[in-house]
Ligand binder design. Structure first.
Ligand SMILES: *[C@@H]1O[C@H](CO)[C@@H](O)[C@H](O)[C@H]1NC(C)=O
Ligand SMILES: *[C@@H]1O[C@H](CO)[C@@H](O)[C@H](O)[C@H]1NC(C)=O
Ligand SMILES: *[C@@H]1O[C@H](CO)[C@@H](O)[C@H](O)[C@H]1NC(C)=O
Ligand SMILES: *[C@@H]1O[C@H](CO)[C@@H](O)[C@H](O)[C@H]1NC(C)=O
Ligand SMILES: *[C@@H]1O[C@H](CO)[C@@H](O)[C@H](O)[C@H]1NC(C)=O
Length: 488
C-alpha cells in the first residue's frame, strides 16, 4: 500500500518511481483454450510459435512471461477421459460445460522456448461441483508441468463480468473475495499434497478485473491487507482501448493516437493509487479492441504502431511494471496465426520494436521526450541507463494509407550527447491499413521463414546517423512509421 500513498503526479515526476520495471516488459497472455494450438506440446512444439516467442525473448534479454487464462479459463472443465487437449463439450464430466480440457492440455507447458515463464489460471467462473472438481484434479497436473518455469498463479478472470451470467446481478466485491479466498485455500492444500516443493512460495496475480472502470473495486474486494492478500505479488487489471464493434472507433483516433493511449493508461496509474494491496501493478491482459479485435483495425500496420506506442507509454509511467498482450486463435488482434495457413500479423512487428527499445527493461528508465510538434501524432521516448540516454524512439502516428497520394514525413531533432552515433531501426510498411509487407529494421519474420528473421532487400537496416557538435540528432520519419535509435 505504501508505494501508492504518494500522488501519482509526484511519483511520475520523481525519477526513483520509474526505477524498477520488471524484466520482459513486453509479455504475453494466451486465451487458455487456444494455448495448445499456439504452443504445441513439449515433445512436439509448434516451431513457428517457438521462433516468434524466441525473437521477443532474445531482444528483451529474458524469457516471455506467459499468462495462460482469460474467459475460457473460467469455463474450462476438466475431463479425465478426454484424449484431446481441449474440447467444446465433455458430457462425461459435465453435460453443461461450455469448454473442456484433458490431461494432455498440460503437456503444452514447456513447448515455448526454454526460459519462458508461465502462469496458469484456475476456474472460478464455474463455482459449482464440476468447477471444484476441476480445481482438485488439475492442481497436480498443473504444478508438475510448471515446476521450474512458474511465474505466478491466477484464480478467476474478470469477476466483475460474472454478474448476469455466472452469478446473480447482486454479486458483490465481498462475495468475490470469499470465493477467491476459499478457492486459493483449497488450491494451496492440493498444492501441498501434490507439489510440496512449490507450496512454500505461492504467488498470485489478482484480482484480474476487466478494466479500471470495473464495477467491482480492489479496495472493496480486499479492504485490508491481512495475510489473505500477502501472496498477491502483482495487482493485475486488464485493458482494451475500446470495443471491436463500438461505433466511432477508428484507426487514427482510437489506436494511432498518443492522447488515446495516455488516457487509457492513466486510468491504470490513477487506479493503482486506490489499491489496498502492497504489490506491484501490471496490465495482465490487454490488446487493442475487446471482442478479439476488429479486422481492418486490430490486424493492420496501424495496430503495430499502437502496440509499440502503448508499450512505451506504459513503461514511461513507472507504475505499470509489465504488460501482457492477449492472444487467441484466429482473432484479428493476435500477433500470429499458429495453425492452418501460418501468418505473422502486423501487430507482432510492433512488439519487436517495443522489445528492442525496452530491452532489459529492469535496468532502464523510460521517459517521454517533448518533440514540440503535434502532441497527439508525434510521440517520443527516451530509455536511460544510469541517467545516460541510450535509446530514442519516435512515432509519427499520422495515418497514411498506401496508394492515397504522396506519403508525407516529419523531421525531428532530439537532444543527445554531442557527436554521438546512433543506429536507426525503422518499423515500417506501405501504409497504416496494410496487413502484410511489414518490416522491422529491414527484416521480416513471416511464415515463409518460419518466423525467423529474413532480410528484405531495399529496406534500411542499422543505418548509422550522427548528432552534431551541439547534440542535435536530426532524422525524419514517414507518416505511419516509427524509428528506434540505439546509441552506438
Ligand atoms: C457449473 O457452472 C458452469 C457455468 O459457470 C456450467 O457450464 C456447468 O454446467 C455447471 N456444472 C454443474 C455441475 O452445475
Ligand atoms: C469452497 O470451495 C470448496 C471446493 O474448492 C467447496 O467444496 C466449498 O463448498 C466452498 N465453500 C464455500 C463456502 O463456498
Ligand atoms: C492469518 O492471520 C491470522 C491472525 O494473525 C491467523 O490466525 C491465521 O492463522 C492466518 N492465516 C493464514 C492462512 O496464515
Ligand atoms: C564534435 O566534433 C567536432 C568536429 O570533429 C569537434 O570540433 C568538437 O569538438 C566535438 N565536440 C565534442 C563535444 O566532442
Ligand atoms: C541545435 O542545437 C542548438 C544549440 O542547442 C540550437 O540552438 C538549435 O536550435 C538546434 N537545432 C535544431 C534544428 O533544433
Amino acid at each position: 500500500m505504501a508505494k501508492y500513498l504518494v500522488p501519482a503526479s509526484l511519483l511520475l515526476s520523481q525519477s526513483m518511481a520509474a526505477a524498477t520495471l520488471f524484466d520482459s516488459y513486453v509479455s504475453l497472455s494466451f486465451e487458455l483454450i487456444g494455448f495448445p494450438t499456439f504452443a504445441g506440446t513439449k515433445s512436439q512444439p509448434n516451431a513457428f510459435s517457438h521462433n516468434l516467442m524466441q525473437n521477443l525473448a532474445d531482444l528483451q534479454g529474458s524469457g516471455i512471461v506467459t499468462r495462460i487464462g482469460g474467459n475460457s479459463g473460467d469455463r474450462a472443465i476438466y475431463d479425465a477421459t478426454l484424449t484431446t487437449s481441449t474440447a467444446s463439450s465433455c458430457p462425461n464430466a459435465d453435460p453443461g460445460a461450455w469448454q473442456c480440457i484433458g490431461k494432455t492440455f498440460f503437456e503444452s507447458y514447456g513447448a515455448f522456448p526454454a526460459g519462458t515463464r508461465y502462469s496458469h489460471q484456475f476456474n472460478l467462473g464455474a463455482y459449482n461441483s464440476s468447477g471444484w472438481n476441476t480445481l482438485q484434479t488439475t492442481v497436480p497436473l498443473a504444478c508438475k508441468a510448471l515446476a521450474g518455469q512458474l511465474e505466478f498463479w491466477e484464480v478467476g478472470n474478470e469477476p466483475d463480468l460474472f454478474t448476469g451470467s455466472r452469478r446473480p446481478s447482486s454479486y458483490s466485491a465481498s462475495q468475490y473475495a470469499d470465493e477467491w479466498l476459499n478457492t486459493t485455500q483449497h488450491f494451496e492444500s492440493y498444492l501441498r499434497a501434490a507439489c510440496p516443493e512449490l507450496s512454500g512460495s505461492v504467488k498470485y496475480i489478482a484480482p484480474s478485473l476487466s478494466s479500471p472502470g470495473a464495477r467491482l473495486h480492489i479496495a472493496d474486494i480486499f479492504p485490508d491487507e491481512g495475510n489473505a492478500t500477502e501472496k498477491i505479488t502483482q495487482v493485475s487489471v486488464h485493458n482494451y482501448m475500446n470495443g471491436a464493434t463500438v461505433p466511432g472507433v477508428t484507426l487514427q483516433n482510437t489506436l494511432m493516437s498518443h492522447t488515446a493511449v495516455v488516457n487509457s493508461i492513466n486510468n491504470h496509474v490513477n487506479y493503482a493509487k486506490t489499491s489496498t494491496i502492497d504489490a506491484d501493478y501490471i496490465i495482465g491482459e490487454h490488446n487493442s479492441l475487446y471482442g478479439g479485435g476488429a479486422s481492418g483495425l486490430s490486424d493492420v500496420f496501424g495496430a503495430a504502431l499502437w502496440a509499440m506506442e502503448f508499450s512505451l507509454y506504459a513503461a514511461s509511467t513507472g507504475v505499470i511494471k509489465r504488460i501482457h498482450f492477449h492472444q487467441s486463435v484466429g482473432s484479428p488482434y493476435a500477433a500470429w496465426v499458429p495453425s492452418g495457413t501460418l501468418a505473422t500479423n502486423a501487430p507482432y512487428y510492433g512488439k519487436l520494436a517495443a522489445s528492442t527499445f525496452l530491452a532489459h527493461s529492469n535496468t532502464i528508465e523510460v521517459k517521454t521526450i517533448a518533440l514540440n510538434k503535434d502532441a497527439d501524432k508525434d510521440s517520443g521516448y527516451g530509455a536511460y541507463i544510469n541517467g545516460d540516454l541510450r535509446r530514442v524512439a519516435v512515432l509519427n502516428l499520422r495515418q497514411y494509407n498506401a496508394g492515397s497520394g504522396t506519403r508525407g514525413s516529419q523531421t525531428y531533432t532530439v537532444k543527445v550527447a554531442p557527436n554521438s552515433s546512433w543506429k536507426s531501426q525503422r518499423l515500417t510498411a506501405a501504409g497504416a491499413t496494410d496487413k502484410t509487407g511489414v518490416t522491422y529494421n529491414g527484416f521480416s519474420y513471416d511464415a515463409d521463414s518460419n518466423g525467423l528473421a529474413k532480410r528484405v532487400s531495399g529496406k534500411e537496416s542499422d543505418k548509422v546517423i550522427k548528432a552534431d557538435g551541439s547534440g542535435n540528432l536530426t532524422f525524419s520519419v514517414q507518416n505511419s512509421e516509427a524509428i528506434v535509435l540505439l546509441k552506438v
